[in-house]
Design a protein around this ligand. Sequence first.
Ligand code: SF4
Length: 355
Amino acid sequence: MEIRKILRRKTKEVSVGKVLIGGNNPISVQSMTTTKTSDLKATLNQIKKLVEAGCEIVRVAVPDEASVENIPKIKEKISIPLVADIHFDYRLALKSIEAGVDKIRINPGTIGGLTKVKEILKKAKKRGIPIRVGLNTGSLPKKFQRTKNLAFTLAQGAAEYGAFLEENGFKDIVFSVKSSSPLVTINAYRLLAKKTEHPFHLGITEAGTYLSGTVKSSIGLGVLLEEGIGDTIRVSLTTNPVKEVLVGIEILKALGLKKGADLVSCPTCSRCEIDLIPLAEKVEKKLMKVKLPIKVAVMGCVVNGPGEAKEADIGIAGGKKAGVLFKHGKVVRKVSEDRLLEVLFEEIDLLEKGN
Ligand code: SF4
């Protein structure tokens, strides 16, 4: 049976600084800093690490004036677009736009009355920056709070808010309709996709710690992305945000929506006679920096090892305190266990150089 091709939903294109969201543009990976935005040094340090991991758009919370003051200083030092996350005080949105952010995220449930929102629209339009209308089930607008059908409410709320923005001449809109439940989130985005052509920022909100958050995000985002829904993603995890970026990239790679190196490794079992788990972990870490779409197999024994290793660009199939090295489907040589990592790294480097 043929694998179903992912057909991306047709959406309008929105520019967030130099990154284009929607249209035929690649799905971008975002994250959000966990530092105090008023702490310039800590925030810049974290953004640097996020960028190194592959983050393409970064969001900072702007809860006070001190954070607004740091926006131009952050912008000056970073190469990726900066998004300001605003709640409760619309004046912070106005000041953030003046300070040079590339996008504003507002939440209809926390930003206040529509007269205030009109002022944000006017200013964002003048500066030519987009607005993300981000609804979360944890902070729904009052009129929707008693609802039982959360997915419908999220989609309806976003559509109504979007209509208000459009009636006021504002078109550069990105939507998000997030819940901590993957099922609610999936259905909310599906419903909203029938109502609008604006691009979507996908995420499962408050998804949990590294383990549970990764699972919920992979399921929620995975289902939607496979259906062609989603133009930019953020994996929300209660941990170092660098992991959000790494997980986001892996989700896109797993669906063939982003190019990059792929690791195939077995879980090991009693047949394995080399210390495979740390070896696979070290190879995975190295592959995170490899942009080339190569496949590397790290396999424990001859049961599935030769088959997987042959399918990969480079692979090893473990034996007794040694491994057989495969390259482009062919056996190259036997390598002793203590040299396996070194040899795999050398071969990965050679592939990166085009050999
Ligand atoms: S490849 Fe070999 S060692 Fe790895 S899980 Fe399969 S049987 Fe076990």
